[in-house]
Design a protein around this ligand. Structure first.
Ligand code: ZN
Length: 336
């Protein structure tokens, strides 16, 4: 049996102690001093959940193209540069890019990711092929091939994925988007959208779609954020991606209002998909969070938002943890 010791992150904050584990399973959880020399000592936290990725564009990072720092020109469907490059890419190129991102996530302690998958059914297949041989969990939110509603296509997408993740209400015919949202909810699947990233979008129209979570809300007003909080809808922030486009979320205001803030890394062509790197960026550039709070948000709170199992780091549970240096937050040991 191996041991790790230090401060263990529980749902009630950090508690001093140690974990004993064997063959991917935690067999002993103790308080006080560790019975044997531990393999790592530090902050023991559940593996991270990346709430928002677009792994499909990972391959673009390796093309050494200077990307425009403009949301419309780069990532808005259907004419953004990203969509042109996705269309031109071979299957192998796409899948290899995704696998590189997966390896990077696992090495840095991210065991679960929620991907907004472009490219309809084909896009889902590419992602499933890429993750097949890796010990990583995914929540796949797909989207129609084109910006229009076809009931049969949505049925097919919902049968093959965990829900639907769309660009923004600005890109869509609203009534068609509403049909997609309703159909997704009827199947009890996740419906999520980007919101108020580049421009402020109408909050009532957004909330009428009954989204499970929103991504960005950079341009949201105080009253928009209050509505989001009152409706209990988490907001996923991707501050490194925002910074690429010269944007900055108002985290202080979100915190003051009590919005449930979660963290993602957005387009893999812009930022690597390590949640730890996003956390370190956040701590350096925003003063909003204490370390225990942001570690809680990226582990337990994210699992809750995606309805995933939260009974982790207990005796008999899967060894699914990371040990971090308590000062630098560098991973010292990753169990997965
Ligand atoms: Zn996104």
């Amino acid at each position: 049996m191996k041991f790790v010791s230090g401060e263990i992150l529980t749902e009630d904050g950090f508690q001093k102690g140690y974990l004993g584990f064997q063959r991917n399973k935690i067999v002993e959880v103790g308080k006080g001093s560790c019975p044997e020399k531990p393999v790592a000592k530090g902050l023991i936290v559940p593996t991270f959940v990346n709430m928002h990725t677009h792994l499909g564009d990972s391959f673009i990072k390796y093309k050494n193209i200077e990307l425009p720092r403009n949301i419309e020109k780069l990532v808005a469907p259907p004419n953004g540069l990203k969509y042109k490059l996705l269309k031109e890419a071979s299957e192998n190129e796409l899948i290899e890019g995704i696998e590189k991102s997966i390896a990077f996530m696992l090495k840095s302690g991210t065991s679960t990711f929620c991907d907004f998958r472009e490219g309809g059914l084909n896009g889902i297949c590419h992602l499933k092929t890429a993750i097949d041989l890796w010990n990583i969990s995914s929540v796949i939110l797909s989207r129609p091939e084109k910006l229009d509603y076809d009931k049969n296509e949505i049925d097919l997408l919902l049968r093959n994925s965990d829900g639907i993740g769309l660009s923004s209400i600005f890109d869509w015919n609203y009534s068609e988007m509403m049909e997609i949202a309703k159909q997704t909810k009827r199947k009890n699947k996740i419906f999520a959208i980007h919101a108020s990233e580049r421009i402020r979008e109408n909050i009532d129209s957004i909330l009428d779609l009954k989204p499970d979570f929103l991504v960005h809300m950079v341009k949201a007003s105080e009253s928009d954020l209050i509505c989001v909080k009152e409706n209990n809808i988490p907001v996923v922030l991707c501050p490194r991606s925002n910074a690429f486009f010269g944007l900055k979320p108002n985290i202080d205001l979100m915190e003051k209002i009590g919005v449930n803030i979660l963290l993602g890394t957005d387009n893999a062509m812009l930022s690597n998909p390590s949640i730890l790197d996003e956390i370190r960026y956040l701590i350096k550039n925003f003063k909003a969070f204490e370390i225990p709070e942001i570690l809680y948000k990226t582990t337990y709170a994210a699992r809750k938002a995606l309805n995933l199992e939260c009974g982790i780091l207990g005796s008999n549970s899967k060894a699914d943890f990371v040990v971090l240096d308590d000062k630098t937050l560098q991973p010292l040991y990753v169990s997965v």
